[in-house]
Design a binder for this molecule. Structure first.
Ligand SMILES: Nc1ncnc2c1ncn2[C@@H]1O[C@H](COP(=O)(O)OP(=O)(O)OP(=O)(O)O)[C@@H](O)[C@H]1O
Ligand SMILES: [Mg+2]
Length: 279
């Protein structure tokens, strides 16, 4: 069964004249775990697309829609948001808005208590998730006492503990310095390995994330212009044209290609660049 399926989906926020999402057809297969990047210029509709995946659009954000969105066969228009929360876990950009409890442990337990998970299982899941996200030492702190990076890890833990089939993160490093951003991306790698789940991330720091990415979804003005393997997308015209924060290594090899000094696929990391130059 497909993890995510959009069929000819259109959406316009109430009060806006233009459609924010235009004829979205998207399929994310559920057979194996993948690391997928959602990229596009600012205002292209990435956050809106993500809001569709747990029913916030159209259940919470009033507007007009047409077409269908399904998460593991569940229609997001009819399925209560709470029932979708065990299928899709979403971490939004500003963790502060997402953290509501008095301390971190309660924060992580909150979703499980709402789902009626037995207390013993809650404790064991918290322990396991806290260890994976490296927040064991801050479980008794209040969310507002934490640094940005810690808050983001707690937000990820509180979603992960619900054991979603797909973890979605909307610019999780936007408020972090490069060191912390790197740590969050490494954590996502670790989660992927441990949990074997699909991760979809909207992220502007392409230099940090691209080396781990298998598929890219490219958006422009509310349209998905391309969805393919990382290699194909970054070597294609759309990626070239969009105003994205391209990695330095991409820009160097792209220029070399234009000047006929290089004719293979553009690498996305230093190690890959060295490999292609050796062959
Ligand atoms: N709650 C809302 N009400 C009305 N319009 C909205 C709302 N949220 C987003 N929009 C509009 O929808 C369009 C797409 O916005 P969205 O936030 O989905 O883009 P984005 O690709 O996530 O941008 P960014 O990279 O800046 O985060 C924009 O024109 C925006 O103004
Ligand atoms: Mg956004």
């Amino acid at each position: 069964m497909d993890l995510v399926r959009f069929e000819s989906f259109y959406y316009r926020y109430k009060g806006n004249e233009e459609y924010t999402l235009n004829n979205i057809n998207l399929k994310i297969e559920g057979n194996d775990s993948k690391f997928i990047l959602l990229a596009g210029e600012t205002g292209s509709g990435k956050t809106s697309l993500i809001r569709c995946m747990n029913g916030l659009i159209p259940q919470f954000y009033a507007g007009f829609y047409r077409g269908k969105v399904e998460i593991r066969g569940k229609n997001t228009i009819e399925t209560p948001i709470a029932d979708l929360s065990t299928e899709v876990g979403i971490v939004f950009q500003n963790p502060e808005n997402q953290l509501i409890s008095m301390n971190v442990e309660h924060e992580i337990a909150f979703g499980l208590e709402n789902l009626g998970v037995p207390p013993k299982e809650i404790l064991s899941r918290i322990k396991q998730t806290a260890s994976l996200t490296e927040i064991e030492d801050i479980l008794d702190k209040a969310p507002f006492e934490l640094s940005g990076g810690e808050q983001q890890r707690v937000a990820i833990a509180s979603i992960l503990v619900l054991e979603p089939k797909i973890l979605i993160l909307d610019e999780p490093t936007a408020l972090l310095d490069p060191y912390m951003a790197n740590k969050i991306i490494n954590l996502l790698q670790e989660i992927r390995r441990e949990k074997n789940i699909t991760i979809l991330i909207s992220e502007h720091r392409l230099d940090l994330i691209l080396p781990f990415i298998e598929q890219i979804i490219l958006m422009k003005k509310g349209i998905i212009v391309e969805h393919d393997s990382c290699e194909k997308v970054i070597n294609g015209e759309n990626f070239q044209r969009l105003r994205l924060n391209k990695p330095v290594i991409f820009s160097i090899f792209n220029q070399l290609k234009k000047e006929n000094l290089y004719n293979k696929n553009i690498p996305i990391s230093i190690s890959e660049a060295i490999k292609t130059l050796k062959i």
